[in-house]
Every structure is written in structure tokens, then in C-alpha cells.
Design a protein around this ligand. Structure first.
Ligand code: FE2
Ligand code: FE2
Length: 200
């Protein structure tokens, strides 16, 4: 992780430990490469924190833990091209199964109960919540989550997982919308780079 945001040794150690535990859980998820996704979302979060502000101890832990719930979603809900209602249910299930896993990881990494509760509230709002009901921290996690979609490693990996061409994934991702100005700017820059790489 970058030194710029958190030059605090203690916090760095905690985040490393969270990352290790999260990776162990996410390696078992079959839907797509959630280890890559989580590390990419965390990278996006670092970029957003630098310009938008926010508390790294809370927000980087939220990024690292936000998709742990996929671990407990049944395999049949993790297949590509599910009918719409099953896909919605899969999304609901990964949110539903998140809190015990996030709690388990963060309590082993010296996070206070109060902070863990806050992080779980941020994570639970990353899907299926009306934009008007979101606070700044919840919006920041959603921005980091969707911003990662257009980073090179993530986009090419998603194309493989979803059996689509990079062009198809890029076109689909172009409809992403962002809450923060920083995310909008990074998104525009990344899309431009993908356009050049992929060509017509
Ligand atoms: Fe998610
Ligand atoms: Fe995610």
C-alpha cells in the first residue's frame, strides 16, 4: 500500500494483516477474481482518499472487507449470465453474509467495536441503496468499487471471468456514474487509456 496516505507504522501493520486475512477468504470465491478486485478497489480508495479526504483506517478496511460476503454465497449464485432475479438475489446475499466475516477479520486486527460497526454500515450500503440515502463514506466506497472496473488489470480479468471481449466490458463500464469529482476524473483518464489499448 502507498506510504503517502498512512505513514503510521501501526496502521500499516493492521492493514497488512487485514489484507492477508481477506485474501485467504476471497481466494475461495469462484464468481470472479475477488483477490484482484479487492486489491484494485483498495488502490482506487487510496487515490480517492488522497484528494477527497476521509479516514484511511476506516475506509481502507472497508475496501479490503467489502466483498468478503461472496465467500458464503452458494456456488449456483456465482455463475455468469444468471437470470436477473437470481443476480439480484446473489447481490443481496453477498451483503447479507458480509458482517460476520468483516467482524471476524477486524476484531483480530485491533479494531474497536465502534469502528467495526461503522465499517459494516459503510459496506452494507455498497449495493441496493438509493443514492439519496448514502453518506460521504458510503459514496466513497461505491466510487472506489466501480472505479476499479476500468483499471486495466481488473477490466481484462473481468472480460475473462464473464466470457466477454474487453471492448464489450469497456462499453458496459462506460455507463458507470460517480459521486466524487476525483472518481469522475480518474475514470475519464482510465477509459481513454483502455480505448487506446483495445482499439476499435
Ligand atoms: Fe460487492
Ligand atoms: Fe466489489
Amino acid at each position: 500500500m502507498s506510504e503517502k496516505i498512512h505513514n503510521n507504522e501501526n496502521l500499516n501493520e493492521k492493514l497488512e494483516k487485514i489484507q492477508q486475512m481477506a485474501v485467504e477468504i476471497l481466494e475461495k470465491v469462484i464468481r470472479k477474481d475477488y483477490v484482484l478486485h479487492t486489491l484494485t478497489v483498495t488502490r482506487a480508495m487510496e487515490m480517492l482518499l488522497e484528494k477527497e479526504g476521509g479516514d484511511p483506517e476506516t475506509m481502507l478496511a472497508a475496501a479490503l472487507c467489502h466483498d468478503l460476503g461472496w465467500h458464503d454465497v452458494p456456488d449456483e449464485y456465482q455463475l455468469p449470465d444468471l437470470p436477473k432475479d437470481m443476480k439480484q438475489e446473489a447481490i443481496r446475499l453477498h451483503i447479507f453474509h458480509n458482517p460476520p466475516l468483516t467482524k471476524k477479520v477486524l476484531s483480530k486486527c485491533d479494531y474497536s467495536d465502534e469502528r467495526i460497526d461503522r465499517i459494516i454500515k459503510i459496506i452494507q450500503a455498497h449495493r441496493l441503496v438509493e443514492p439519496k440515502d448514502l453518506d460521504f463514506e458510503q459514496k466513497l466506497l461505491i466510487d472506489a468499487d466501480t472505479l476499479s472496473d476500468v483499471f486495466a488489470d481488473q477490466l481484462y480479468s473481468d472480460a475473462k471471468s464473464y466470457n466477454r471481449t474487453p471492448r464489450e466490458v469497456l462499453e458496459f463500464r462506460k455507463s458507470n456514474i460517480y459521486f466524487t469529482k476525483t472518481a469522475q476524473e480518474i475514470f475519464a483518464k482510465e477509459v481513454k487509456s483502455r480505448e487506446i489499448e483495445i482499439g476499435k
